[in-house]
Design a protein around this ligand. Sequence first.
Ligand code: NFS
Ligand code: SF4
Length: 629
Amino acid sequence: MNSEEKLILLDERLKLQQPQCGFGILEICCRNCVMGPCRISPFDGGPKLGVCGANEDTIVARNLLRKIAVGTSAHSDHGRAVAEALIKVARKEAPGYEIKDEFKLIKLALELGIDIKDKKTEEIAEKVGEVCLSQFGNQEGELIFTKRAPLKRQKIWKELGITPRGVDREVVEALHRTHMGTDQDYINLMKQAQRCALSDGWGGSMIATDLTDVLFGTPEPILGQVNFGVLKEDYVNIIVHGHEPLLSEMIVIASEDPELINLAKEKGAKGINIGGICCTANEVLMRHGISIIGNFLNQEMAITTGAVEVMVVDIQCIMASLPEISSCFHTKIITTSEKAKIPGAIHIHFTEENALEKAKEIIKMAIENYKNRKKENVLIPENKMDLVAGFSYESIYYILGGRFRATYRPLNDNIINGKIRGIAGVVGCNNPKVVHDQIHIKLVSKLIENDVLVLQTGCSAVACAKAGFMDSVKGLNYAGKGLREVCEAVGIPPVIHMGSCVDNSRILLAATCVVKEGGLGDDISELPAAGAAPEWMSEKALSIGQYFVSSGVFVVFGITWPTFGSKNLTKYLFEDIEKEVGGKWAFENDPDKMADLMLKHIDEKRKKLGIDKARERVLYDMAMRRELE
Ligand code: NFS
Ligand code: SF4
């Protein structure tokens, strides 16, 4: 780009795309074979069938199933990479990595039926890695971790025939069924969508979370900071962006190398500063308290601060525009995964075998690039906010029960007595179609104001951290009286950061722990709980939403809804599916109304459990008082 050309950022590109295709928005176009492309007209007189005879129900359902399959693939391939890494670490083929959580490893081994007697940690780790890896290619039976779900839930899945068999198998079958002339029944297509999504939530994603904990440590509450103000003007700034923690963990370790710190000082900087974007940010925040620069919509802006020497990326949610934008600044964009290259970026092939060496190489490159920073181009916004992160379903046990009495009892009791009205999972992306972070913030603030404890992951968590909801002191000011009381007693913020998007599996398990603790029904679908992804944009979000629905949760999405082109499919997903799995979808763009939908659902569940009375605070007026006397 020459200097006269204008830098085109994402908002501008969105404007240039207007008006976006109405057929695409309604998902009533099909390109699955070359008799097409076909479009179904939503208007009278237009074509109602594709060349093959497929109607809008088939086309919209196939499109949705494909999206869910892609989302499942992305999370699960990430999980597979962690399993492969664990095996290499166990075989001592990955210098620099070590097993940080032996306790979780042993627990996992026992759960997976691995004989640990007289075995060394490495031998156990190798076996655990292999069994987890086998889950991807499993052909028959059930994914092992589906056994973690409440018994009633497992029965529902079995009866419907949607218990996932193997992660890869469900994705392949999803793609097969959407081939021209195969599955044309929208409900049957959705059955596979459910099985596929469940293989993500209770399979690929859960493996990613568990094995990441084994390798890098199970998170425990930790302090951190968020927003652009964490970039340091006189430091070498390195941004880690993407998803897999394998690379970012090594960058963090290498950045602490005294030799490299001295080199940075020799080059005139005060030191090396690491910050994160997207889910990589959440991974390194959860375990090291590394600052978060921002979420999905902050990636381009981060470069325009002029203070970033290197942005190193791996996979997913990385904009193709980064090299182009960085060409106007001194920032170097480094891709590291063979699965994700971008023209214009520098590619450094990163593997577990060469991890530490490559991490050092990247940091050296950043240090060398510090001198190219143009002081007059540097503009770092001052905003930053403190937060507490690092909540896993395991750490919640100890926070609630005390160090020696791990239990979810206090949480259940406070839900039953009504101090906590319910639980909400608010997760997912940013989308430039709405004002950055605003829907997340408005929704979550209304939920906590109404005594709903909010569990978060992904870019939504970063949005609410920026707003101060995760600050252990400030956050309380936004909470309703009952929720505040509980949070103060336990010492947690009203909004709980549970990690990256694969860590939505932690929310599934936290919900399961609440069920197993007792007093709130026998299944996730009976809990006063709801989920939302108010600013979603990625196919991964659809997979997450579907596995929550299929696990019994009411889930609301904002922005747009991908089945409005088919009335029948939409009715199925918004209403009828509830009779089968106990959960259902809803769409609402207004955060205020979105919160109302979730609160209404939570109250209905409280009523069914017979705990609605506990919440009704009776206000005595004068007449009632007199009557009492
Ligand atoms: Ni989740 Fe993480 Fe963010 Fe959306 Fe992308 S970073 S995996 S997909 S944009 S929340
Ligand atoms: Fe058209 Fe059917 Fe081919 Fe799709 S599969 S492009 S609807 S002919």
